[in-house]
Design a protein around this ligand. Structure first.
Ligand SMILES: Cc1ncc(COP(=O)(O)O)c(C=O)c1O
Length: 493
């Protein structure tokens, strides 16, 4: 029996009183790592409260790393050090990526010489600030000597963390350097969050379609991704509550600004609804802001992190999409016990992110050269976006697309009664043009008639040529195409 006393007339909610008392007992050692906590139903009965209060307290404690659920065995006080995830193979069996390897193999065809490839997920090499980085690396090596090529502290080079915190403070996000964890790109930031917050068999809610890298992480960690539909305004938050109640997710992943692959931006009212639901059901949100600074038309609404009053949002991003994908410098914003847990997972993963890269980026940021470079990158993105939209309108009016206001991608929908994106792809590669096919981005069997085009991968004249080739491949394919008999009515996305 746990020694817990709840005050029913205390203005603090019961679940919070319970949570705080459990934290105290864990922190002062009354509850030791590995101790089993009572089942929620039993504890609710013992305390004379609704079971939902106990569930909410346990959920919060789990989110903050104090306790952990072990599949089929119950809830236990977590070890202070990271315990390796126990891979329960029966759980993993259902979570291998459907057709993932085959799809990737298909995309390798795009690497043939002469192919105009619109499939990449990165800015083109010609956008990368080679001179700025060369100068920064040389300066850092001269300035810091061995420290520049030694281990860095696991949390990251302190002045870089300071610079990142300051840039977020300017955007209305009240964080300190102590809440910035430097990671190996945004991908590692997402992976660390999933490792720290979820166990195999837990559910991750994600937009559907979504960034394929989050699906790779989910499948590798034995986590079950469940999709939330997306429309022209991003995540359909009106469907979220039902999915939360049905699946009891441990985390919601979303890129609200210039979403990959659809390019959509969630308006402010949807952001607020998402946060209200996250708070009501105590589900943390993993916000991916990796494209946020690539606005080409107007300014997007503030990040979820800036609107989060319940401290439920973890924010992940990197310098990859705007600048330097190969430097592998990203970051995760989190606080308190969760931050410490994330730092331990990070140390276990790779000890630290390379010191030289962190210091070189820091120097380039501080000198203002990165901001200047970004201005040029945005201008180039804007003109390539215009070239892409013009070419699509001119050559391929039969297709539909969402006009993006930033980011790298154009999400295209083919007429549903015609060839699929995969059929088109196989023919397009023969005509020396390629793209990313829709099914790569879905948690389920959808996306057969979607494709993603990188709008900025090529200069305007090559975009024009590539889209002309793609559209004519599609038109040739449509002639004589055997239409399967089915009902084609369906939403755009
Ligand atoms: C939405 C999204 N998040 C994260 C990443 C990974 O970024 P990084 O290169 O910083 O690891 C990508 C890369 O394509 C992405 O599209």
């Amino acid at each position: 029996m746990l020694a817990i006393t709840l005050e029913h007339n205390n203005p603090k909610p019961l679940y919070e009183q319970l949570k705080n008392q459990l934290i105290r007992q864990i922190e002062d050692g009354h509850l030791a790592p590995g101790d089993r906590l009572p089942a929620t139903r039993d504890l609710a009965e013992q305390l004379g409260v609704a079971r939902i209060s106990v569930v909410a307290a346990y959920d919060d404690l789990k989110a903050n790393g104090y306790i952990e659920a072990r599949v089929g065995r119950g809830t236990f006080v977590a070890e202070p050090d990271i315990t390796p995830i126990e891979h329960d193979t029966s759980v993993l069996a259902g979570t291998s990526r459907p057709q993932g390897a085959a799809l990737r193999e298909l995309l390798r065809l795009a690497g043939r010489p002469g192919v105009i490839d619109f499939g990449q997920g990165t800015p083109p090499d010609s956008f990368l600030p080679v001179d700025i980085i060369r100068e920064s690396i040389n300066t850092v090596l001269t300035r810091d000597g061995g420290a520049a090529i030694s281990y860095e502290v696991p949390e990251g080079f302190p002045p870089l963390r300071e610079a990142i915190a300051t840039s977020f403070n300017r955007r209305g996000i009240d964080i300190t350097a102590g809440e910035v964890l430097i990671t190996g790109g945004c991908q590692q930031a997402l992976d660390l969050a999933i490792q720290a917050l979820l166990n195999p068999g837990d559910v991750l809610l994600t937009s559907n379609p979504t960034y394929p890298g989050i699906l790779d992480i989910a499948y590798a960690r034995g986590v079950i991704p469940v999709g939330v539909p997306v429309d022209e305004e991003g995540l359909q938050v009106d469907q979220l509550e039902t999915l939360i109640v049905e699946h009891r997710p441990r985390l919601i992943y979303i890129a609200p600004t210039y979403h990959n692959p659809t390019g959509t931006v969630m308006p402010l009212h949807r952001r607020r609804t998402l946060l209200t639901l996250a708070e009501r059901y105590r589900v943390p949100v993993l916000e991916d802001g990796v494209y946020e600074e690539l606005n080409t038309v107007g300014t997007p609404p503030p990040p979820l992190k800036a609107l989060d009053t319940a401290n439920l949002v973890l924010y992940a991003s990197s310098f990859s999409k705007v600048l330097l994908p190969g430097m592998r410098i990203g970051y995760l914003l989190a606080s308190g016990q969760l931050y410490r847990r994330l730092a331990r997972v990070k140390t276990a993963a790779d000890i630290c992110t390379p010191a030289l890269n962190q210091r070189a980026i820091h120097l380039a940021l501080e000198s203002g050269q990165i901001d200047d470079h970004l201005v040029n990158v945005r201008a180039a993105c804007r003109s390539r976006r215009t070239a892409m939209l013009t070419a699509m309108t001119r050559h391929w009016p039969e297709a539909n697309w969402i006009e993006p206001t930033g980011g790298l991608y154009l999400w295209v929908k083919l007429p549903e009664d015609g060839p699929t994106a995969t059929e088109l792809y196989l023919n397009a590669v023969r005509n020396n043009v390629a793209f990313a096919i829709g099914p790569l981005f879905y948690t389920n069997e959808r996306g057969s008639h979607h494709l993603r085009l990188n709008m900025v991968a090529h200069p305007p004249d090559v975009i024009e040529q590539g889209i002309a080739r793609l559209a004519s491949t599609w038109k040739d394919l449509v002639i004589g195409y055997e239409y399967p008999e089915q009902d084609f009515s369906g939403p755009f996305l």
